[in-house]
Write a protein that binds this ligand. Structure first.
Ligand code: FAS
Ligand code: PHB
Length: 389
């Protein structure tokens, strides 16, 4: 087989890139190691920045999101029971859309199916070849046979544990990492959300987040030690601890119910540079990871692939290499800004097991700086609704 761009991974990065390239008349094939059902079964992000909304519009996959997504014009922060609302619209004139990553993925899958774009699911042993030559190609195994796809470029959209980043020589890559000493226990339930907006809570017993997927489906998170397992957290324990960390009015409003999904995600900050090596481009979690406290992971991925699609269109339509040559530097500028914001929100709102009295006072002072100064709230709002890519 031959295509212009071989895309590894059919998560949001790969699917959005496939659609944007299709819209530009650039042929592409996506290779995904899992089944489509498995990909849809992963419960992840929930907040879309305006640049992500624009990306879905360009991809022709925004219709249901506009119909069912919830526009949020602010968010509530609670710091040791002191409440404060950050008004995005008042501060920066923008908002966010609450719409689950699962639904984004489903809409992108449907849009790709409508274009007849080829996605090979359950493609095993994907390997990248000749990425530093003018004739790169990808091989994979399926139905007991090895297949080859010759291409001009390869887009590594295969997430943190994918094969693409590992295909770049170790002496070329520079990586940066911070692993946090706790995880997020997430619960999905068909219960009405506790509030019409998200609530981020810093409590002496740990962080909590009240989010949602619709007016009848809620998503909640609790900071838990890395040693905890999902089986340590029966639903009753989860609800009791969430009530403990919420302020009384919210705890009183909380509607509990059976969990549809429960999982623990580790938190890390990670960046690998550069995001391009000859004919291979990395996008999304394949290149960077943020702690979900800033709701940036999915949105960074959407920014990367919009930048990559523009660069490849410039190459194919104008024979210019300016876009692809500038891809890595352009993405990393926004990636590091989002890494900073996500690290800042994580340090501000979590209880660190080894923090001393002084560090706790610094957290308190940081929160007061944020909520008691006009610039503080504006800076949070600017970062939360999304920086331009
Ligand atoms: P993804 O990891 O989503 O997709 C990569 C795809 O590549 C997968 O389908 C994988 O199966 C496939 N793949 C991997 N190796 C392959 C190979 N060798 N061959 C072929 N295919 C291969 N972000 C937020 O903003 N908010 C959140 O609350 C949030 N929660 C998260 C919870 C968890 C447990 C995780 C892991 C991430 C979370 N994220 C969150 C971040 C998440 O939303 C990512 O940013 C987003 O999925 C990035 O999309 P992709 O770059 O497409 O990577
Ligand atoms: C979610 O709804 O899953 C979500 C929302 C905001 C975050 C993280 C996760 O910061």
């Amino acid at each position: 087989m031959k295509t212009q761009v071989a895309i590894i991974g059919a998560g949001p990065s790969g699917l959005l890139l496939g659609q944007l390239l299709h819209k530009q008349g650039i042929s592409n094939i996506i290779l995904e190691r899992k089944s489509s059902g498995y990909v849809l079964g992963r419960i992840r992000a929930g907040v879309l920045e305006h640049t992500t909304v624009q990306g879905l519009e360009k991809a022709g996959a925004a219709e249901r999101m506009h119909r069912e997504g919830l526009v949020h014009e602010g968010v509530e922060l609670v710091f040791d029971r002191e409440k404060y609302r950050v008004d995005f619209t008042e501060a920066v004139g923008k908002s966010v859309v609450v719409y689950g990553q699962t639904e984004v993925t489903r809409d992108l899958m449907d849009a790709r199916a409508a274009t007849g774009g080829l996605t090979v699911y359950e493609a095993e042993d994907v390997a990248l070849h000749g990425i530093d030559t003018d004739a790169p190609y990808v091989t994979y195994a399926k139905d007991g046979q090895t297949h080859r796809i010759d291409c001009d470029f390869i887009a590594g959209c295969d997430g943190f544990h994918g094969v693409s980043r590992q295909s770049i020589p170790a002496d070329v890559l520079k990586t940066y990492e911070r692993v946090y000493p706790f995880g997020w226990l997430g619960l999905l339930s068909d219960t009405p959300p506790v509030s019409h907006e998200l609530i981020y809570v810093k409590h002496p017993d740990g962080f909590a987040l009240c989010s949602q997927r619709s007016e009848t489906r809620s998503r909640y998170y609790l900071q838990v030690p890395l040693t905890d397992k999902v089986e340590d957290w029966p639903d009753e324990r989860f609800w009791a601890e969430l009530k403990n960390r919420l302020y009384p009015e919210a705890a009183g409003r909380l509607v509990t119910g059976p969990s549809l999904e429960k999982s623990i995600a580790p938190l890390r900050s990670f960046v690998s540079e550069p995001m391009r090596y000859h004919k291979l481009f990395l996008a999304g979690d394949a290149a960077h990871i943020v702690p979900p406290t800033g709701a940036k992971g999915l949105n960074l991925a959407a920014g990367d692939v919009q930048c990559l699609a523009d660069a490849l269109a410039d190459y194919y339509h104008n024979r210019s290499t300016a876009g692809i040559d500038g891809y890595s530097a352009r993405c990393l500028k926004r990636v590091w800004a989002a890494e900073r914001f996500s690290w800042y929100m994580t340090k501000l709102l979590h209880t660190f097991p080894d923090s001393d009295d002084f560090e706790q006072k610094m957290q308190e002072a940081e929160f007061n700086q944020l909520v008691l100064t006009e610039n503080g709230a504006k800076t949070l709002a600017e970062n939360y609704v999304g920086l331009p890519y």
